[in-house]
Design a protein around this ligand. Structure first.
Ligand code: 13P
Ligand code: SF4
Length: 301
């Protein structure tokens, strides 16, 4: 039996849904029931009727699905698919930071481990960070923002608020340089530049639009333009091209590849469903505490 057919059959038998992030390999996006950004995937995880969620993304995303659906079985087909940015802050480092700023409300990017979310008041994704600050944190005397310093400075600029910033960053987005965008612009002068807020400020300053990955997909569909320079992980170009076959997409940097996002393939999805592995397990106390910050985020999304 072909692997795709086996996945289809097992999915039915297990009452499973396959969720995939926009950076996943084309072969994984093609078998997913839903492809999206971190916000869309968390929303989908919170409302699915399926008993089993096969999460094709990185570990913090699968943990978020488990936090939102603790009664469901959440599987990640590759245990080693982590996020170096999420590893840049631990719960004990955050506890120390909070002790130094007892007046501050804590806001964590969704790219954090569950135990870090459990120490935070609010969570946010790149799609709703500005909204969460404007609506949820309007009266906070001070805000701690962890762990992405570039997303933090972008949101600070948008909301005209000052944050206590943790110096984390995404190595994939930080590798996209101003010169890369300028070079791409010289080659494609008609193209609009879309950049992810995980990029350096020098890059977001050059962009025509600063958007989450799903924001990019939506923007491209509704834009009259037909050429776009994409400042994020290159995996998203597959979906953009598939949904907009007549438009043209150029990566700001061809080197913007997240190795962790490429660790899952169809074969591993089939194994995950066949052997029901690897199940995401979290202590109930962490689930309970982390759920509060995520639910507060969903309220403002
Ligand atoms: P979004 O898809 O939420 O924009 O996030 C990008 C990212 O880097 C996830 O790891
Ligand atoms: Fe983490 Fe960056 Fe990879 Fe996203 S692209 S999973 S933030 S390392």
């Amino acid at each position: 039996m072909r692997v795709e057919e086996e996945i289809k059959k097992l999915k039915k038998e297990r009452n499973a849904v396959i969720l995939a992030h926009n950076y996943q390999l084309p072969e994984v996006q093609d078998i997913a029931d839903f492809v999206g950004d971190s916000l869309g995937l968390s929303m989908e995880a919170s409302k699915t009727d399926a008993q089993v969620i096969v999460f094709c993304g990185v570990f913090f995303m699968a943990e978020t699905a488990k936090i939102l659906s603790p009664q469901k079985v959440v599987l990640i087909p590759e245990q080693e698919a982590g996020c170096p940015m999420a590893d840049m802050i631990t719960a004990s480092q955050l506890i120390d930071l909070k002790k130094r700023h007892p007046e501050a409300t804590t806001l964590c990017y969704v790219n954090t481990k569950a135990e870090v979310k459990a120490e935070c008041d609010f969570c946010c994704t790149s799609a709703n960070a500005t909204q969460v600050v404007e609506k949820g944190l309007s009266s906070a005397p001070a805000i701690i923002f962890v762990p992405d310093q570039y997303l933090a400075s972008y949101v600070a600029q948008q909301t005209k608020r000052e944050f206590i910033i943790w110096p984390g960053y995404c190595p994939v987005h930080a590798a996209i340089r101003e010169e890369d965008v300028e070079r791409a612009r010289e080659l494609h002068p008609q193209a609009e530049v879309l950049a992810h807020p995980e990029c350096r400020p020098e890059v977001t300053d050059l962009a025509d639009q600063v958007l989450s990955t799903e924001g990019m997909c939506r923007y491209v569909k509704s834009s009259p333009g037909d050429e776009f320079i994409i400042g994020t992980e290159v995996g998203i170009l597959y979906r953009l091209q598939k949904e907009n076959p007549t438009k043209h997409f150029y990566p700001a940097s061809e080197e913007a590849i997240c190795p962790d996002m490429k660790k899952i393939n169809q074969e591993k999805v089939a194994v995950a469903l066949r052997e029901m592995k690897y199940e995401v397990q979290l202590p109930p106390s962490i689930i309970q505490k982390a759920a509060l910050s995520i639910e507060r985020m969903l309220q403002f999304s």
